[in-house]
Design a protein around this ligand. Structure first.
Ligand code: GLU
Length: 478
């Protein structure tokens, strides 16, 4: 028995959405697990909203996530002849009728009736095929049951939906039909997609069965359906393009790791039966069960994602970390780079110095995007002290700095010795190490928090540290 054939069918009408990425992943997982085929089909027929750059964005994001398609990308637009054949067959077999009602007429009648939708006015008028839009004749009685692998049987009584438009009067075949014809043409066995499409499914089931009954059209078994739960934000509202950070690309830009991102996506509606939620892809493939996907909305929790990403960052090997962070610290050689360049001039970057501080950085960041800010003090000639920093150094801070400046001239330049000197200076003034460290950190790094100070100073070197301390003192005094 050949394995299942699943597809991911995004519409390139905007940034690649985290919900789409989750759908893509669940299809990929199912295919990998079942020894099936994962097909990519781009639904590019929305000419008004579709754009080439969005299409590229989908392909690039899937590559980044490591969700490789076994087949495709097919383009929906290239399957237009098959859409036309299906329309012809449905028309010839009496499943469609022409309707010349205008939108205004339909609306006026529906508000008069007090019920939204189309009233079937043209159903028995026998208009010629070119008279207007083509509507599908929904059986007046009975029901369509969608056997959903996740949600069980979902019943749609036919009197709850109207004869829907399949072809616009302009001749454009609507997505509801195009999408199912594509699935037939590429022999999809399982349709795994977002819950937002569940209301469309009974219409597609009706048309699928109608096509199967048409002479001259191949009989193709109806696919199994699985509708994935919606993603919601903290307020339990559906993720919105405007309010919520939904663009996959922005997560890449901020320095989330693809493995962490994929791991997190897998947890949106599913989780392993036992064992940690941090999983390799192999474990995900082995343990994923479509049947165990939840019905309830899944909270897209950026905090949890960030926490998980931090775990993945810390789990990298030293070399793996250097490789992953390269686009953030040395973008000139990278094939892909984040939108913002590091704050230092490219020629000031010192790869050896960075490699030495990298282990301290790796322990402390959740995303790679945090790295340039933490190490900037190493590659900038001078650090910026703003007014509030200078104000913080006035008084006791400046006195500590002056004491330190005198001692730093001849101390052995190791982190341990630097710490000992700092502690001794503090002791002499009745201050805790924390209190002597604070002005020193500000003078040397320009920030009040950051990497371990004495290791940082060791790497920065005596000359630059002294120059910064002197400069800070000059700012305070002058
Ligand atoms: N193109 C549709 C969308 O992006 C998905 C269609 C489907 O999976 O059946 O919403």
């Amino acid at each position: 028995v050949p394995g299942p054939r699943v597809r991911f069918a995004p519409s390139p009408t905007g940034f690649f959405h985290v919900g789409s990425a989750r759908t893509s992943l669940f299809n990929w997982l199912y295919a990998r697990q079942q020894g099936g085929t994962f097909v990519l089909r781009i639904e590019d027929t929305d000419v008004e909203r579709g754009r080439e750059e969005w299409k590229q964005g989908i392909i690039t994001a899937m590559e980044w996530l490591g969700l490789h398609a076994d087949e495709g990308p097919y383009l929906q637009s290239e399957l237009a002849p098959d859409h036309a054949t299906a329309v012809d067959a449905l028309w010839a077999n009496g499943h469609l009728y022409a309707c010349d009602c205008t939108r205004e007429e339909v609306e006026a009648r529906s508000s008069a009736r007090g019920r939204p939708g189309y009233d079937g006015r043209c159903r028995e008028r026998g208009l010629a095929r070119d008279a207007g839009a083509l509507r599908f004749r929904v059986p007046a009685t009975g029901e369509t049951v969608v056997h959903d692998l996740i949600r069980g049987d979902v019943v749609f009584p036919h009197d709850a939906f109207d004869d829907f438009v399949v072809v616009r009067s302009s001749g454009v075949v609507l997505y509801t039909l195009a999408n199912l014809v594509d699935d037939r043409m590429i022999n999809i066995t399982h349709v795994i997609r977002g819950e937002d499409l569940l209301p469309t499914t009974p219409k597609q089931v009706l048309m699928w069965e109608a096509l199967n009954a048409c002479a001259g059209i191949d009989d193709v078994p109806l696919p199994r359906y699985a509708h994935l739960p919606m993603l919601v934000n903290e307020q339990r509202k559906k993720l919105s393009k405007r309010r919520d950070p939904v663009a996959v690309e922005s997560y890449r830009d901020q320095g989330y790791l693809p493995d962490a991102f994929v791991n997190y996506l897998a947890l949106l509606g599913w989780s392993p039966k036992d064992g940690p939620e941090t999983m390799t892809r192999d474990r995900m493939v082995a343990e994923f069960r479509l049947e165990d996907v939840s019905h309830s909305p899944a909270f897209f929790d950026v905090k949890k994602l960030t926490h998980l990403n931090g775990e993945y960052v810390r789990a990298l090997s030293a070399a793996g970390f250097l490789e992953a962070v390269a686009p953030w610290v040395a973008p000139s050689g990278a094939t892909w780079r984040p939108p913002s360049a590091p704050p230092w001039p490219p020629e000031s970057f010192d790869a050896d110095l960075f490699a030495r501080i990298a282990p301290l950085v790796q322990e402390r960041v959740a995303t790679l995007g945090e790295v340039p800010g933490l190490v900037a003090f190493l590659f900038l000639d001078e650090v910026d002290l703003d007014e509030s920093a200078v104000a913080a150094l006035r008084g006791a801070g400046a006195e500590v700095l002056a004491d330190l400046a005198a001692r730093l001239i001849d101390v052995t330049w190791t982190a341990d010795e630097l710490k000992a000197v700092c502690a001794a200076v503090g002791d002499a003034r009745g201050l805790k190490l924390r209190q002597t460290q604070a002005p020193l950190r500000l003078a040397v790094t320009g920030a009040s928090v950051g990497l371990p100070l004495f290791e940082s100073m060791e790497l920065l070197g005596r000359e630059r540290v002294l120059a910064r301390v002197e400069r800070a003192l000059a700012r305070v005094r002058g």
